[in-house]
Structure formats: structure tokens, C-alpha cells
Ligand binder design. Sequence first.
Ligand code: ADP
Length: 484
Amino acid sequence: MSSFEYASAPESKSIANIATSYGLFVGGKFVEPKKGKSFNTINPATEKILSKVGYADKLDIDLAVKSARTAFTMVWSKMPAKERGKYLYRIARILQERAREFAVVETLDNGKPIRESRDTDIPLAAAHFFYHAGWSDKLDYAGHGSKPKPVGVVGQIIPWNFPLLMLAWKIAPALAAGNTVVLKPAETTPLTALLFAQVCQQVGLPDGVVNIVTGDGITGAALVNHSDINKIAFTGSTEVGKAIARSISNTKKSATLELGGKAANLVFDDAAIDEAVEGIVNGIFFNQGHVCCAGSRLLVQENVADEVLEKLKKRMSLIRVGDPMDKNTDLGAINSAEQLKRIHEISNTGDAEGASRWSPDCKLPSKGFWYPPTIFTGVSQSHRIARDEIFGPVLSVLTFRTPAEGIEKANNTMYGLSAGVWSDKGSKILWAAKQLKAGVIWSNTFNKFDPASPFGGYKESGWGREGGRHGLAGYLTSQVKESK
Ligand code: ADP
């Protein structure tokens, strides 16, 4: 029997009211950048312009920081914690009410499948606000000192892979802890942050508690270097994270850095293979592999490698690549021409260094930025594709003979953000988890997120944790420590 074809099931764009241009969100209002500069944001699936957004420079950053400082000293830090919590609840509720609109805008601006923005990004963003709303008036019991205080004004810089979700990871704990923020979204995905600014207005959040400045790396650096920022919270590349660490090294600013990864997904020979294959696919092809904790190195025990690879290829042949707005799409567009170039560049070293490339037959759209789901076999640990973060739908497959060798290979990386372990035996999973140098370890699953669960890395994957009780630590100063 020939394979089934899916009829197209496009989500409607009509719910998304994208304005032709947006200013910066400073002091509770949309304002024009002082120098009147702007840039376009495009739909990476079609290369069509979606909107024009303001470009913030040093002057605009200064205004945004001043507005956050005033809001911090005059309003937010003085407000009873219970009242702060109510604002967070309101934000969470509005995100739920406007979920479909947010999902459509996210997919148009980012290129990710509507199924993922609808089922993962937006619900998790709302969940982060709900979760942190609950913490607002319970900070004394979070284990960070008896009367912990906010750190002050926080500069927050986020990437383009989960635009609204990363915003929620940053803003929800900061506000719950009593800080005010200036947040810079990534240059290719500013729209849901600007929509979020409208939500702040809708819930009547006091002016200046949240400020959103759009721009590029220069804008980000201006925020990092502003003298009245108390803390930087950054998610992005290890390279930029290191630059930020250097620039704040002789200041009193604190930082949390959530950086790159090259996670091992370890499949032992006693694993349930069909389930492991689903986990491998989810681990690397979710969000086009634009995931810092993606399972981008598959480590499979040698005696089951043939079976795993055969099943994996069969499963990959069923991945539907194409229009992100189609509800049947599994793999959407690569977020930008620049990222596509980077994926090509690193993946091509796989061919040059002797690994074998395989992709299923799939027709890629002619417009937009696309990369097929790809695996490399015959990969050795020294290959660049086994070491560098590709941040695309490209999996490097390595094998191991003994569990100890599997662990050794898994830990042979400069990163340490996440790992996956697939085995039928609880004792083996616990044994492996103990030895893996990774901040998050999934067993018999992958890419599961929960606001109550701390997320963060070892080694070059970053400093600090986000989410859970641990994530609050970065936004609080303990009175106990201060009095020493
Ligand atoms: P990615 O590889 O995900 O694009 P980047 O680290 O380049 O990661 O970007 C993540 C965020 O950091 C984006 O919002 C970007 O504009 C910002 N950024 C880039 N360069 C700098 C810099 N030197 N200082 C501060 N922020 C920066």
C-alpha cells in the first residue's frame, strides 16, 4: 500500500493582529527610539516582512533602565508580595486567554510548527507565570534566607529559539522576587515580546516594571554595560555568555547564564527500542533542533545499534517538513539565513571528516530557510559534529560497548546541560544519572519541562539555575549573607 498523504490543515493567521511597526516598550508605553532607527522582522518560512520594530541604542537603554529603577524603588519593591502575585496571576490568565494569538505570532516570527507553539511554548509560558505567582508571597520559605530581598533592576537577554517561553523564564521569577526588568528579545523574534508588552498594559502592571527593548547584540551589550543594572540574566550562545561574564567581571553585577549544549542521549541495550526511537526523534528534531538541551549526540550500545538505526530511519521518513502553520507539520523552518548557514557549515565538516550522512527523501519549500532531518553515522569523538553545537536538525550517532564507556563518551564534552538515559533497569538509570555531568537528566523520555524543575548546566553550559525554588536564588539577595 502506498503511504497516506495528509491533507493540509493550516492554522488561520487572522487572529494575529501584527502591527506594521512597533516602538520600544518603556515606562508602560510604546515609544519611538530616540534616533528613530528600526529594523524588519521576517517570517523565516516565506522570507516576507512581518513588521518593523524599533532599534534601541544606548540612549534608549538608559531610559529603559531609569524607568525600571524608578518602578523598583517607588512601586514594585514596596508593594505587598501578595499584590505582586496577583499581577503574575493576571498575566498567566491573559496568556491562556490569548494563547492562540500568541501561538500564531510565535510561529510566523520564528518558523516553528504551530503544533509546538500551541502545545508547548505558550502553555509552558503561562505555567511559568502561574508557578511564580504562587512564590511571590512565600519567598521567606524558599530556602534563600529568612527575609530575602530582590536584587533590583535586572537586564535580561534572550534568544530566538523559544521567544515567549524564554521571556517567561526570565520575567516571571524576577517579578515574583520583587525585581523590575529591562528585557531584550532576539533580533529575529521580537514579536511575541511586544505582544507581551501589550499584556502588561492589559493587566495594569505598574509602569516601568517590565520594559522591552528591541535590537541586536550591540543593544544587548549596552544593556549589559549599563551602570545601574544589578544583574544580568542571559540565555544564548556560550561565546556571548563568556563575553558578558568578562564585561561584568569587575563590577558588582551578578549573572545567570544559560548557554550551549551538546547533550548525549544514551541508549542501553536493554532499553525499549521503539520508545527510545521516539525519544531520539523528539530529542533532536523538536523545534528544528534549535534547543540548547537537544539530544544532539546519540550514544547507542553497539549490540543494538543496527536495530536502533533501522527503526530511526524508518521513523524519520515519516517526519513532515514544511509550512509551520500547517497543524500536521513536524519540522518547520530554520529561524534565519544566518543560522541555516551555520548548520550547513558545521554539518559539512561531518562529510569532510569522514562521517556518513543520511536524510529521508523530503521536498523542501523553495522560499524560506530549510534543512532536512539529518543523521550522521560513523562519527568519532574528535569530529567537529560530535563536539560543536549545531543548533539544527542534525544528529551525530556514536556507539559504545560497555556502560562505563558510554558514560565516558557522554561526558567527553565542554558542555553539560542535559542528557537522556534509556534503559529498562531503574538501577542502571540511577547509576548513569549519578555519573553524567549534566544539569538535567531525563530517563526514558526527553525534552520534558516543568516550571517547578530547575534547569541549567555544568561547565560551559552556564551558571545558575532557572525554574523551581533554585531559580529564585538568582533573583534574591539573602539578608543572612548581607549581614555577614
Ligand atoms: P544565538 O546563537 O542563539 O543567536 P546569541 O548569543 O548570538 O545566540 O544571541 C542571544 C541573544 O544575545 C540575542 O538576543 C542577541 O541579540 C544577544 N547578543 C548578541 N551579542 C551580544 C553581546 N555581545 N552582548 C549582549 N547580548 C548579545
